[in-house]
Ligand binder design. Sequence first.
Ligand SMILES: [Fe+2]
Length: 352
Amino acid sequence: MKVSKMPGFGSFGAIVEDFEWDQPEAYDELRELSIKQLVVSIKGDGTDNFDLLAKNDKKLVTRQPSKIMLRYGRKTHEELRELMSPEEFEFYDANRRLYIGQQYPVWHRVTGKLSEDKKAMGIFGDTELLWHSNNFLSYDWSPLVMLYGKQGMVGSSTSFLQTVDWYEKQTESFKSELNELVSICDFNRFNMIVPNARDVDMTILRTTNNAALENFRKPLVIDSVAGYRGINFSYLIKGFEGMSQVDSDKIINKIKTELLDSPEYQYDSWWSNDTGDLLMFDNIVCLHMRKTSTDNLDEIRPFLQNRVGHRISGEYPGHEDWNGFILPEFREHRQKHVEIVQNHLAQLDKPQ
Ligand SMILES: [Fe+2]
């Protein structure tokens, strides 16, 4: 494979061409590149290699067990209907429609397409989608996200923002101050990320983000899987623990101005082909968003209703014990999740 530097993305980012989708060793190389570079854009040649990717995806991502599987074990749809509360079943039912098929476990759609019975087949299909990281309101969120372009991708960009170079530039005293900050986050601010979210998007977001927690607490500073220190920022942060609103707003506004509103640490990855390109991206010290040729949602809705991405997220294989928190209290939260995933993986490895 041919690797080149992602232009304008500071110390990080790689573009890969001539990737050999049928060579298992190529996926090992890609995984290591992705850990090191935070964002990797793999440019295909317009042919659909999704089956080869799915066949080799274990080399790139360790899938997290679903919360439903952990709680109920392997059950049928009807058994789950009996076992679950109506609210939980509603989430499960909306969520299962996003999945691509049993032969592609955990892979799901990002699309505005509807099924024949007019139900959403994907998340964030025809909405605006501004700067965010996935499942931000949880300690068990995934370090890695992959997005494969399946259909109608040309005309859109998945854009990235890395926070590592910005953090590195700060003074030592400001870094020490940032290292101690615990963000107070609010699910109700989600309209700042998905201003036109549909009910189905909100149903899925509520559950995947632990949204039952009213004032979710999460440290601002964090280390990536490769150990790059940056910030885990979100529009959902409304202030910092033990800090006045005025002082919190000063820091939040500084980050927004210098990072979110500045092109210095950003890269727009415009999809080159309607099908066959792949993005692998860090979900810890990077944020991502969708851009299209116009911001007018009414104009782009038909486009988004035809565009289909295939998404999967999880841990980097060999790094399932990643724990990027600095503050001990949060290291413990994450450690609990690490143990759950490792126990689950050990069960899967046992002969049936
Ligand atoms: Fe996302």
